[in-house]
Design a protein. Sequence first.
Length: 269
Amino acid sequence: MDPTIIFAIALLLFVALIFSPLGLGGGVLYVPIFLYLLDWSVQESITGSLSLVFMVALGSSLSHKKSGHADTTVANAGRITAIPFALVGTILAGILLDKVGSVGIKILAAAILIFVIERTIARMRKEQSGLEPIPEFEPLKKKYQIGTALAGTASGILGIGGGAILVTLNKSLLKMDAHKAAGTSYQIGSTIVPVALLSHIILDGIFYDLLDSVGLVLVILIPLLAFIFAFSGAKYAIQYLPDKVVTIVFLIAVSLSLIRYFIDFATMI
């Protein structure tokens, strides 16, 4: 097997492990790995990313739910808008690729990451100034569902689970701690990602091309390993990592993803 492919697989599994306690599926890094390391097309990268994000979301969601770090009521409310908008995002991805090319999708991804970083830093500053009361969910339900609709749209367009948006929403709007914000994010992500993935498989029609180029064994084995890595990583983090550490790692991961897109923009100039 090509050393580049072996390195890429190791990197993909490492991302699954590191991202598992963060509420992120890893799509913000999976897509660049497929794009720049394996030279996949944008559509192939999105499909591959969503496959791994789904397995990370399932594994991490299971760990968080078993440990009581998830709000099922909030997750169910968020799914109502997130799921249909994942399909909307998939349709928009096709339109964007046709009209402005991959650069349009990358600009949108960068803009989302900038927003997430700003909100995370603002939240950290508020936490340092003192504890905030946890609000009632019902008065915030409609606003929350607008946010989850945006997360679903981002999932379809960018090949991510929408976790960067969902975690930020859970922390900033609902004042959840880092572990609960992550667990609730994964509960929503584990249902919207399959919609986005199936939509891309049907609309893009590239699944069999990927199967021919990657092989059936790797198509099955890599997502399965991603699930195992994510479950184990989340279980360890819940037991041993404090909220502040999880938040800082989340911020670093998102920032690295943003830097990678900026590097790509610089090469276009």
